[in-house]
Design a protein around this ligand. Structure first.
Ligand SMILES: [Zn+2]
Length: 315
């Protein structure tokens, strides 16, 4: 049994964060705006959130969204990704001048070449107004054929998970999954609450490693964490001189996958993230295969689709 290098799965990836400098330069030239290299240098989490907005401000029409989607799907294919879950943030588009509903319609209804198998997650900004969260949620439900989950990102301290308890029920009623960012910068207790509210999949969740109670809860409840090592280091979610807690999760047998989060803004690739994981796990044989199989298990694919990938690549 061996992991074929041409069969990677990525579960945590923001489309707007996949704008690499080459894409940014192209968009700046096309839209006649100056290129600002500073958006690739992040000193803390708040600055990163600002840079995320800077990246979205380069998109001036719905075709630009399709341009960055197709560019990144092509890159994923080149890197050997066979399945990806792609987060999109309509209310962030709206804030920077793109009409959220029209752009979502264009993105989700176009007959585009899929390039690789993928599903979308609509992502809202937790510290913004209720109306924008409602708008994003309605978009997610409207395009359920392409959107399999709803998420919330942004400032976890300003808007704790408690404020979004209702979304676990709302999503479940509407046949989609709720995947919050949680425990990225907020404390382990927030992850505990998310588990109590019914979370089965959490964006980041790395602060859980600071509490044995939460680690046990994650394991008992079969909760999957989407871990993004380079992102954690560059946003300061993990202090630069501290070891990344990835090995703690592995040793505890908490299920997790490895992703890029915002590969363009963090100048990383899925291969670099998996290489980092392999090093952190001291090159234990089978570690990467276990991570990828857990990613497949936690994915938004149907049982039949999971079985297909499992049999084709992992057995
Ligand atoms: Zn994220």
């Amino acid at each position: 049994m061996a992991l074929k290098p041409s069969a990677l799965i990525e579960l945590h990836l923001h489309l707007e964060g996949s704008i690499y400098p080459s894409d940014a330069i192209f968009l700046c030239q096309k839209n006649k705006i100056p290129f600002n290299n500073n958006m690739y240098r992040h000193s803390n989490f708040e600055i990163f959130l600002k840079h995320f907005g800077d990246a979205v401000s380069l998109l001036k029409d719905k075709e630009d969204l399709v341009f960055i989607l197709q560019n990144h799907l092509k890159r994923l294919k080149r890197w050997g990704v066979v399945y990806a879950e792609i987060r999109v943030s309509p209310s962030v588009w709206e804030r920077f001048g793109l009409n959220a509903e029209e752009s979502a319609k264009y993105l989700f209804s176009s007959n585009l070449d899929p390039i690789i198998k993928h599903n979308f997650i609509v992502e809202s900004v937790r510290h913004w107004d209720k109306e924008s969260i409602e708008r994003d949620f309605n978009i997610a439900i409207k395009y359920k054929n392409k959107v399999k989950a709803f998420g919330i990102g942004g400032n976890e301290i300003l808007a704790p998970i408690e404020d979004f308890k209702f979304l676990f029920e709302e999503c479940s009623k509407n046949g989609i999954v709720f995947i919050p960012h949680c425990g990225e910068v907020s404390p382990a207790d927030e992850v505990l609450k998310a588990i109590e509210y019914g979370a089965k999949k959490i964006g980041h969740g790395i602060k859980s490693s600071q509490s044995e109670i939460v680690m046990n809860k994650l394991k008992e409840n079969d909760v999957h964490l989407e871990i993004c090592p380079t992102s954690n280091l560059l946003t300061g979610a993990v202090k630069r001189n501290s070891p990344h807690p990835l090995k703690t999760f592995y040793d505890y047998k908490v299920e997790f996958s490895v992703s890029t989060d915002d590969p363009g803004l963090f100048l990383t690739t899925i291969k670099k993230e998996l290489f980092f994981a392999e090093k952190m796990l001291e090159n234990q044989s089978e570690a990467l295969l276990i991570i990828q199989k857990d990613a497949l298990k936690a994915s938004l694919l149907t049982p039949k689709e999971k079985e297909f990938i499992l049999t084709k690549y992992y057995l």
